[in-house]
Design a protein around this ligand. Sequence first.
Ligand code: ADP
Ligand code: S3P
Ligand code: MG
Length: 170
Amino acid sequence: MQSASNGPAAVLIGPPGSGKSTVGRLLADRLGLPFRDTDADVEAAAGKTVSDVFVEDGEERFRELEAEAVRSALADHPGVLALGGGAILHEATQELLAGHRVVYLQVGLDQAVRRVGLASARPLLVLNPRSRLRTLMEERRPIYERLAAVVVKTDDREPEDVVAEIEGAL
Ligand SMILES: Nc1ncnc2c1ncn2[C@@H]1O[C@H](COP(=O)(O)OP(=O)(O)O)[C@@H](O)[C@H]1O
Ligand SMILES: O=C(O)C1=C[C@@H](OP(=O)(O)O)[C@@H](O)[C@H](O)C1
Ligand SMILES: [Mg+2]
């Protein structure tokens, strides 16, 4: 992979349910590096959950906090960084990601729906998760593809298997 001289060892992007948070933590463990997730950074900055930020302050405010969390982590986090699925919508973030080791986790609609159904609350997917996910994935796919240095398929694969492929590419 094209190397970034500093910044995170890997930055994981992809839609909700692609496994960024799960795979990111495992990859960091494997590499013996710290793990950071921009959703957790937003929660720490806001003093409330992502869902509460969406409900009480709105998506626009969430995106501002998220863009700042990404900017800060790209500047000083040396380990593995998982972004929220929509972080790449922010134009300044798209520019900042250039030159970083950006890994796009691909997932098909069926498995993404199944996985988010198992996981913690995602405010954008509370109503009609399948239809919302389909739309999000279609809108964002070109951006994920454009920003990715490495693309890894995750359908029908265990997180450990995905981690091994990323390790091989780094
Ligand atoms: N490769 C995988 N196979 C099966 N389940 C997975 C896989 N990757 C993640 N999951 C599960 O899917 C759910 C969502 O994963 P998560 O890491 O939160 O995704 P993201 O951060 O991309 O939204 C979690 O319950 C997680 O355990
Ligand atoms: O796709 C999105 O716009 C979002 C994805 C979530 O993160 P995950 O991709 O980790 O689920 C979280 O940032 C928020 O609910 C919004
Ligand atoms: Mg996540």
